[in-house]
Design a binder for this molecule. Structure first.
Ligand SMILES: [Fe+2]
Length: 271
């Protein structure tokens, strides 16, 4: 099966990029299922029901979240009606679920969302929790397990790779918005520290640069905003899993505005 994973979808420029390119890319690459991260999809903060329907209409099949999952309060009632998850290490009483179970081409597939520790809200220990959850899923017969690790620190994401590479199919990093150059197939696990954002490429992590510049030059705060007339980028990982849930092919797709796509193959790590 071939899965597409879009990193942080940041605001309207990102939604328009997906409207323009996603269905064509799905056809060109024979994609069976598409995952995207919604937490910045509505003007950079959370997800509205309107934007959720919009993204599902553009070809996204399910969406993962992060520390901004709850920025729009309407999400509290959306988890039951839409294919949305939030990090599984939020406390038990928090609305929503961190695991999405589905079937793709007759195979049981589990998609997980986990939040890191460094600079993140106080949540349960992501490392002990993910090891336990993956063990449970394997006992349930899941061979195809995909994780969105939403974290600031690349060291935490690397640690998750070393903890889980033999047990799960793919580990895709999100949250920093900056794509990293380490896409690899590591012992059958597709891994990248950060997929990188889809949205504006010429501001600061997808946001208008005025406020971040004011913050560093004056120490005064301000609310991040999105410049809807920005230069755009679409970033997506495509990976293929065999019947055993091991990754056999992976590549990164980048599209700058309307330019032709750039395709970069994953490095194959065999040690
Ligand atoms: Fe985030």
């Amino acid at each position: 099966m071939k899965i597409a994973f879009i990193g942080d979808i940041v605001g309207k420029p990102a939604r328009l990029m997906l409207k323009k390119h996603l269905k064509r890319l799905q056809e060109e690459h024979f994609i069976d299922f598409t995952i995207g991260n919604y937490e910045n999809a509505s003007h950079g903060f959370g997800l509205t029901e309107k934007n959720c329907n919009e993204l599902l209409g553009y070809g996204v099949d399910m969406m993962t979240g992060g520390n901004h999952s709850f920025d729009k309060k309407e999400i509290l009632t959306m988890f039951e009606r839409y294919p949305l998850i939030r990090p599984l290490n939020y406390p038990k009483k928090t609305a929503g679920n961190g695991i999405f179970k589905t079937e793709i081409l007759g195979e049981k597939v589990a998609i997980l969302n986990l939040m890191g520790h460094y600079t993140m809200p106080m949540v349960d220990n992501p490392f002990t929790m993910i090891v336990e959850v993956v063990e449970g899923l394997k006992e349930e017969g899941f061979k195809h397990i995909i994780l969105d690790i939403h974290a600031e620190a690349s060291s935490e994401k690397n640690t998750i790779l070393q903890l889980l590479k033999q047990d799960i199919s793919a580990i895709l990093g999100t949250h920093t918005h900056i794509g990293t150059d380490d896409l690899q197939i590591n012992q059958g696990c597709c891994y990248v520290t950060d997929v990188g954002l889809t949205g504006c490429r010429d501001g600061v992590i997808g946001m208008d640069s005025d406020i971040p510049m004011k913050r560093v030059l004056t120490s005064l705060g301000g609310h991040f905003d999105i410049d809807e007339k920005c230069q755009t980028i679409l970033q997506m990982i495509i990976f293929e899993l065999n019947e055993e849930g091991r990754c056999i092919e992976a590549e990164k797709i980048k599209i700058y505005g309307d330019s032709p796509k750039i395709v970069t193959e994953a490095f194959r790590e065999i040690i």
